[in-house]
Write a protein that binds this ligand. Structure first.
Ligand SMILES: Cc1cc2nc3c(=O)[nH]c(=O)nc-3n(C[C@H](O)[C@H](O)[C@H](O)COP(=O)(O)O)c2cc1C
Length: 370
């Protein structure tokens, strides 16, 4: 048994039961403090790497000019304020997306704003885009040791979630200003079109509004590859229009998907007594994300790089999304339920599956099931 498998067993059977009795936001905050501490010194980083990380040449890819040691990334929302960028590579991630970050700081919605749904292996998220703001986060990224720059960092941008940014031109201006501050630290930039708990109802999921945002972003100097993170709750015709806008402005790819708002008639939602507000992750969004990913892959014929996210709890989920067209995978909820040993076991499990199916490299398996 590899050390990461031992950790996964220990997390599930010993650590998780008492942790799941505590408030989820408190657990997340204390975990962040602890993990940030472990990222601070070379010996603690080396120890973490020894314990958790699995590498294999079959998983290494260069995509949009970025070198990814493996295809599994931390999705936006776990490390909103870029405090964990030194420890995430040691745990075994191939990349990380920080944020979502807005130009101005945002305190988010009142607590409680995070709830577990254990029967559905999901969480309800109603943070309301809480973050420290672009300038504070840029200063934190600037203070990292130079070697840290090798770890690919995506930076997810959103308009500030408050009453000041209500019109499309104001929101475009904000995203552009945040881009100016943060893009120098990014391997790629994500425009989060789809936060389900902002006070504006996802304005840039409207293709017409997106066509106002994209030209302003792409004309900024120091361009990085741009990804659009989309909702799983929109019709295919709207996805087609978003793809057309993305193609017109040279967008690199899509991240499918954010949390779902769909509660009625979702067979994966097994818990009752849900809080009224919030987007749902994990098991509840998994099939919806897969469906969105598959549609993007089928319609875009290789024009876009696709990242699959939503309900990845093990190597089978990751491999399924790769088969549906994802070159890269992201996750959060899987790690909350399975612990950080999950990364090693997904990467190892991917290599096993690629070898079983006769592939020599992960890139050969992308879209194999379409
Ligand atoms: C606690 C939490 C906070 C999140 N915050 C953000 C966010 O700020 N920006 C964003 O684009 N997605 C956010 N998400 C959505 C995730 O990035 C991801 O798209 C979604 O949770 C599905 O993946 P999962 O099932 O692996 O969690 C958040 C998710 C969780 C669980």
């Amino acid at each position: 048994m590899a050390l990461y498998d031992l950790e996964r067993w220990t997390y599930r059977n010993i650590a998780r039961p008492p942790l799941f009795h505590l408030d989820p936001e408190v657990v997340h905050d204390r975990t962040t403090d602890f993990a940030e501490f472990f990222g601070r010194t070379a010996p603690t980083r080396a120890l973490t790497r020894w314990f958790f990380r699995y590498d294999h040449p079959m998983l290494r890819q260069t995509i949009a000019g970025i070198d990814f040691a493996n295809p599994i990334g931390l999705s936006a929302g776990f490390d909103k304020n870029a405090r964990l960028t030194l420890i995430m590579p040691e745990i075994g991630f191939g990349f990380e997306e920080i944020g979502s970050v807005s130009l101005r700081p945002c305190r988010g919605n009142p607590k409680p704003r995070l709830h577990r749904l254990p029967a559905s292996k999901s969480v309800v998220v109603n943070y309301g885009l809480m973050n420290d703001g672009a300038s504070v986060i840029a200063a934190r990224l600037a203070a990292r040791p130079t070697a840290a720059a090798k770890f690919p960092l995506g930076i997810s941008l959103v308009p500030t979630n408050d009453a000041q940014s209500t019109t499309i031109p104001a929101m475009v201006e904000e995203v552009v200003a945040a881009h100016r501050i943060l893009a120098p630290y990014a391997a790629y930039v994500t425009l989060n079109l789809s936060c389900p708990n902002s006070c504006q109802p996802q304005p840039f999921m409207d293709p017409r509004a997106l066509r106002e945002l994209l030209p302003e972003v792409v004309k900024q100097p120091g361009q990085k590859p741009i990804f659009l993170k989309i909702s799983p709750d929109v019709p295919k015709s709207q996805l087609d229009e978003l793809m057309a806008a993305a193609a017109d402005f040279g967008v690199t790819g899509f991240i499918a998907t954010n949390l779902t708002k769909q509660r009625e008639g979702n067979p994966a939602l097994r818990d009752t007594n849900l809080p009224e507000k919030g987007g749902l992750s994990g098991g509840v969004v998994s099939a919806l994300s897969d469906r969105t990913l598959e549609h993007l892959a089928r319609q875009s014929h290789g024009r876009f790089v696709l990242m699959g996210v939503g309900g990845v709890f093990g190597p089978d989920d990751a491999y399924r999304k790769i088969g549906l067209g994802a070159s890269l995978i992201q996750l959060i909820t899987g790690m909350l339920y399975e612990g950080p040993g999950l990364l090693g076991s997904i990467n190892r499990g991917l290599v096993d599956r690629l070898q079983r199916d006769g592939f020599k490299h992960i890139s050969e398996a992308v879209g194999k099931d379409l």
